[in-house]
Write a protein that binds this ligand. Structure first.
Ligand code: SF4
Length: 305
């Protein structure tokens, strides 16, 4: 489900692998380069669509110049990716982290602009939500370059997803940000799913059905947690196509809020005792047993594929 793929390039073998990977996917491929500027040239020669440089470890003008001339020739962009873990801290011991991230990026951008290259994307990643938000707010007041949003080193996956959602969500709501990445110490597929959820929650994109389900309480007489969990597991194997239209499915535990939410959805089930009432576009359609409800919902999705 991702739309841009970033690959770490540690050595020449990785850089050469771009040629093969380039042939096997339509997605843009970004080469992530650290320490060794020659790897950027190799990645470009082998079909990279964008180069990410870290100003913390490739900063000699001559080296940057060589990369920039290859970028110009290939007509591809450069991401200036500053990270709190590797921001160069020259003469700025008293500055805030946000200011150091902004300065680190802008000083680097100035070097590149002086080489008449402007095809630039900027990212300023920190592990703290507040520092990240502050840094992006500051830099977006100073320059108009596209911003790639994200936090880094976010900790436990659940916590990381929440931290990323807050930082990225706040910034996107303020109109800051052009691409996003959720960084989790977890399988990349979960990072993509979290990023999709952020965009869905803000109404910016839809990647599949929007699920409305109640938290359950003492009134619920079916195992709704299991049903919703099973539904989620099945959905991940459905590879739903990107759709611009929202499709809401409500799965509710009882008659208190159930019928109301189920009516608002495209399809919804409000459960009673072992049996649910199925609503379609606000109208009652039929009764569905708990045992058959998962199969029924999956069939509905199959029809929409
Ligand atoms: Fe409880 Fe019913 Fe509300 Fe679900 S819909 S949380 S079961 S009152």
């Amino acid at each position: 489900g991702c739309e841009i793929v970033r690959l770490a390039v540690k050595d020449s073998q990785d850089a050469r692998a771009f040629k093969k990977i380039r042939r096997s996917t339509r997605f843009p491929l970004v080469a992530d380069i650290h320490f060794n500027w020659r790897l950027a040239i190799e990645a470009i020669d082998n079909g990279a669509d964008k180069i990410r440089l870290n100003p913390g470890n490739i900063y000699k003008k001559e080296e940057i110049k060589n990369i920039v001339s290859a970028l110009k020739q290939a007509k591809i962009p450069l991401r200036v990716g500053v990270n709190s873990g590797s921001v160069r801290d020259l003469n700025s011991a008293r500055s805030s982290l946000a200011d150091r991230l902004v300065k680190g990026a802008l000083d680097y951008v100035k070097i590149i602009e002086d080489m008449n290259f402007y095809n630039i994307v900027i990212s300023l990643k920190a592990s703290s939500v507040l520092d990240t938000i502050e840094a992006y707010r500051k830099i977006s007041k100073i320059c108009d370059y596209p911003m790639h949003l994200g936090l880094t080193a976010t900790g436990f996956p659940f916590q990381g997803a929440i931290k990323s959602s807050i930082a990225i969500g706040v910034l996107l709501l303020e109109g800051i940000g052009d691409t996003i990445r959720v960084s989790l110490t977890d399988q990349p597929v979960h990072e993509v799913r979290a990023a999709q959820s952020i965009l869905e929650s803000l109404g910016l994109r839809h990647f599949g059905p929007q699920i409305i389900s109640c938290p359950t309480c003492g009134r619920c007489q079916v195992d709704l947690v299991k049903l919703v969990g099973d539904f989620e597991k099945k959905l991940t194997t459905y590879h739903l196509p990107l759709t611009t239209k929202s499709f809401k499915i409500a799965i509710m535990g009882c008659e208190v809020n159930g019928p109301g939410e189920a009516r608002e959805a495209d399809i919804g089930i409000a459960f009673g005792k072992k049996t649910g009432v199925l609503f379609r576009k606000g109208e009652i359609e039929k009764k569905v047993s708990y045992a058959n409800s998962l199969g029924y919902l999956l069939n509905e999705l199959k029809k929409r594929r």
